[in-house]
Design a protein around this ligand. Structure first.
Ligand code: ZN
Length: 222
């Protein structure tokens, strides 16, 4: 792609993001945490051609909206999965382009990680992201400022299910169902074998529902 065209696409993505933010601000404010009585299911490191469609189908089956923190390089590989997330009413947010520890990168490299991911998400047909979940939860004041300059709010999690370590389905369910009111729960749909996460998901939802919680996407207008 010619540099000029890339620049145009980027500025269009920024414009779309700014407009989405203005609309959200006019409507009240963006929801960065679930409202009282709710929790948020979040999935990192996708989209993945094997696991993401199955996770989307489970969420669809039980009518639960979630939030996907996607990796830009994977978005470029599987844009149709990101379009599907958007079509099914999920929130799609920024998790960097190549999943580095952002604190080890130069300012310019961090900007590139964030911008190219936002561009890929918008090009795939989803709303421009407004939240950044830094890979490994690693960030500092410099990363926070660089993200804010790109229109991205830092967003971590409250409950780590440690599903990335494949500790077994019962351990993932147990960790997730220790969530309290308004907690953000960390799960993964990418970067490895996610069969345990997939197997745990329905039970997590059933148990949290039985505890009286609803489910909300985050980083969206209420
Ligand atoms: Zn990650």
């Amino acid at each position: 792609m010619k540099p000029g065209r890339r620049k145009l696409r980027r500025s269009r993505a920024l414009l779309v993001g700014a407009l989405a933010l203005l609309v959200a601000l006019a409507a009240g404010c963006l929801r960065y945490e679930p409202s009282p009585g709710n929790v948020a299911l979040t999935f990192d490191d996708g989209p993945h051609p094997q696991w993401t469609p199955q996770i989307l189908d489970v969420l669809d089956f039980v009518g639960v909206p979630a939030t996907f923190f996607v990796v830009g390089d994977e978005v470029e590989r599987y844009p149709e999965l990101v379009a599907e997330m958007q079509r099914r009413g999920h929130s799609v947010q920024n998790h960097s382009a190549t999943h580095p520890d952002l604190t080890t990168l130069s300012d310019a490299a961090v900007r590139q990680e964030l911008r190219s991911t936002t561009d890929a998400i918008v090009a795939a047909g989803a709303d421009a992201p407004v939240c950044l979940r830094p890979p490994y939860g690693s960030y500092d004041q410099r990363i926070t400022s660089l993200a804010e300059a790109e229109g991205l709010e830092m967003l971590l999690w409250d409950v780590d299910t440690r599903d990335w370590a494949q500790p077994g389905v019962p351990a993932i369910v147990d960790a997730a169902t220790r969530a309290g009111d308004q907690d953000i729960i960390l799960l993964h749909d990418g970067s490895g074998d996610r069969s345990q996460t997939l197997a745990a998901l329905a039970e997590i939802i059933v148990e949290l529902d039985a505890m009286g919680y609803g489910f909300e996407p985050i980083c969206v207008a209420p």
